[in-house]
Write a protein that binds this ligand. Structure first.
Ligand SMILES: Cc1cc2nc3c(=O)[nH]c(=O)nc-3n(C[C@H](O)[C@H](O)[C@H](O)COP(=O)(O)OP(=O)(O)OC[C@H]3O[C@@H](n4cnc5c(N)ncnc54)[C@H](O)[C@@H]3O)c2cc1C
Length: 420
C-alpha cells in the first residue's frame, strides 16, 4: 500500500486524510497538541473560547455538505441559526448588517447624501471595479457616504493599511455585490441580505468548532506535537524523519516551504514567497452584556478592536459564567494593557478573561499571488508533493472552501498516483 504523509491537522489536512485513508497508508503530522489549527477551542473556567474567531459552518457546495453531514447528526449535534449582525456606529446607533440595506435607519442628512451617491453610481455604471483597489471598489460600489461612515474606518482597523493599497482579487466570491436597484429595493422593502454563505449557519450544540476537528480526526494516525522541519526528496520518495513516503500533502504555511523542502530546487520561489503579506489576529475572550447579536462590527476609531463575535449566543453551553461570553478581535499583536484600555472604551462592557495571538490568520493576495502559487504547486506535484490549505494556497478560505480545495487536491493525488 502506498504511503502518504500529511503535514497539518487543520480542516484541510483532516479532510485530505479522511478522503485518502481507505486507499493509502496515511500518517498526519501536527505541531500542536490537538487537531483543528485555526478552529481549535479551549475551555476557560468551563466556558468555550474559540482561540481564533468564532467559527460557524455552512456551505453552498453540495459535495462539501454531503460529505460533512455524513459525519455528524445534524439535528442532534448542531443548531441552525439566522445571522443577526449589527454595526455599532460611533453615535451609539446599531444598524443591522449589511449597512447598505438599512440606510433608511440613518439620520436624514446621511440618507440624503447616500441617495445622491446612489444616483451618481447609477449614472456611472461603466466603471470597471475589477482593475482597481479595495478602496476604489468600496467607493464605486457603495458611495462616499457609507464609505466614510463605515467601510473605511472599519476596514482600516481590519487591514491595518491604506485601502488603496489592497488589491481586490481576494474579494472574488467573498462578498455580494448588490446593484443600485437592489440596494434601493432592499431599503424600500426592509430586506435583509440572504446571499452571504453565513446568513444562516450551523453551530455545535456542545464544544464549538473543536467538535468538527475532533470528529474529523477519528480513525486517523496523527502524530501530535511534531513540527516537521525537513522533508527530503530521495529516489522518488519523500523522507520525513526516518520514514519514507510516496507522496506528501502539505497543509501548513507556504512561507515555511523553502526551508523545509530539501533536494528539490524551489529557490526561484524564495523571494515571491518571502514577499507574501498577511495579518494576525488577537482574539480576546471576554464576558459582555446580554444582547441578541451574533457578530458586532465596530467602525468606531476610539478603540482598535474591529469585531465582537458573540459566541455565547451561538450555544448556551458555551457560557458557564453569569454573563455572556464573546470574542473581541483585534488585528495583529496587541498587549494585554492595550487590550484592557480598549475594552474600557467599548460598548457592552467587555470584561477581559484571556487572549491569544494567532500570527497567521488573513492571507493578503496580490495580483500575481495565484499564478505564483499555482506554478509552485505544479512543480512540486510532479514529484508527488501536494499543497492545500488557507496558508498553503495563500487563499482566503472559509472552512467549507478549505474542505472543497482539499477534495480537489485528493482527486489530483489519486490521478497522479494511478498514472505513476
Ligand atoms: C478570525 C477568523 C474567523 C474565521 N471564521 C470562520 C467561520 O466562521 N467559518 C468558516 O467556515 N471559516 C472561518 N474562518 C476560516 C477557517 O479558519 C479556515 O478556512 C480553516 O480553519 C483553514 O484550515 P487549514 O487546515 O487550511 O489551516 P489551519 O487551520 O491554519 O491548519 C494548519 C495546520 O497545520 C499545522 N502545521 C503547520 N505547519 C506545520 C508543520 N511544519 N508541521 C506540523 N504541523 C504544521 C498547524 O499547527 C495547523 O494545525 C475564519 C478564519 C479566521 C482567521
Amino acid at each position: 500500500m502506498k504511503r502518504i504523509a500529511i503535514i497539518g491537522a487543520g480542516v484541510s489536512g483532516l479532510t485530505v486524510a479522511q478522503r485518502l485513508k481507505d486507499l493509502y497508508q496515511v500518517t498526519v503530522f501536527e505541531k500542536e497538541a490537538k487537531p483543528g489549527g485555526l478552529i481549535r477551542c479551549e475551555r476557560i473556567n468551563g466556558s468555550l473560547f474559540h482561540i481564533c474567531g468564532g467559527h460557524v459552518f455552512n456551505s453552498k457546495w453540495q459535495e462539501v455538505l454531503e460529505w460533512f453531514w455524513d459525519k455528524f447528526d445534524k439535528d442532534k449535534e448542531f443548531q441552525l441559526t439566522n445571522r443577526n449582525s449589527v454595526i455599532f456606529l460611533p453615535n451609539g446607533q446599531a444598524i443591522p448588517y449589511p449597512i447598505e440595506n438599512f440606510a433608511y435607519l440613518l439620520d436624514e442628512n446621511t440618507q440624503k447624501s447616500f441617495i445622491r451617491d446612489l444616483i451618481g453610481i447609477g449614472n456611472n455604471k461603466k466603471c470597471d471595479t475589477k482593475q482597481s483597489s479595495f478602496q476604489a471598489f468600496l467607493q464605486q460600489q457603495f458611495g462616499q457616504t457609507l464609505y466614510r461612515l463605515y467601510f473605511e474606518p472599519y476596514n482600516k482597523k481590519v487591514w491595518h493599511r491604506e485601502l488603496s493599497e489592497i488589491p481586490i482579487d481576494w474579494l472574488e466570491g467573498k462578498l455580494p455585490m448588490p446593484s443600485v436597484e437592489e440596494i434601493i429595493y432592499n431599503n424600500f422593502n426592509r430586506i435583509a441580505e440572504k446571499q452571504f454563505v453565513h446568513s444562516t449557519f450551523y453551530y455545535e450544540r456542545e464544544g464549538g468548532s473543536q467538535l468538527i476537528a475532533d470528529r474529523l480526526s477519528e480513525g486517523l494516525d496523527i502524530h501530535y506535537s511534531q513540527e516537521i522541519k525537513q522533508i527530503r526528496y530521495c529516489c522518488k520518495q519523500w523522507q520525513v524523519g526516518s520514514e519514507c513516503y510516496d507522496a506528501i500533502v502539505f497543509c501548513g504555511n507556504v512561507k515555511d516551504l523553502p526551508k523545509i523542502i530539501k533536494n528539490i530546487d524551489i529557490s526561484a520561489f524564495d523571494d515571491p514567497i518571502k514577499e507574501l503579506q498577511y495579518h494576525g489576529t488577537t482574539s480576546v475572550f471576554c464576558e459582555i452584556d446580554k444582547n441578541p447579536y451574533s457578530w458586532i462590527y465596530l467602525p468606531d476609531e476610539n478603540y482598535e478592536a474591529h469585531r465582537i463575535i458573540c459566541t455565547g449566543n451561538f450555544s448556551q453551553s458555551n457560557n458557564q459564567s453569569k454573563r455572556l461570553t464573546a470574542t473581541v478581535e483585534f488585528t495583529d499583536d496587541i498587549s494585554e494593557t492595550d487590550i484592557k484600555r480598549d475594552l474600557n472604551r467599548m460598548p457592552l462592557h467587555p470584561e477581559y478573561i484571556t487572549h491569544k495571538f494567532n500570527r497567521f490568520t488573513y492571507p493578503i493576495q496580490h495580483p500575481n499571488t495565484r499564478e505564483m502559487i499555482s506554478m509552485l504547486k505544479e512543480k512540486l506535484a510532479s514529484a508527488g508533493f501536494f499543497i492545500t490549505g488557507r496558508f498553503a494556497d495563500w487563499e482566503y478560505y472559509n472552512m467549507d472552501v478549505a474542505m472543497q480545495a482539499a477534495m480537489q487536491t485528493v482527486n489530483k493525488i489519486n490521478f497522479n498516483i494511478n498514472q505513476s
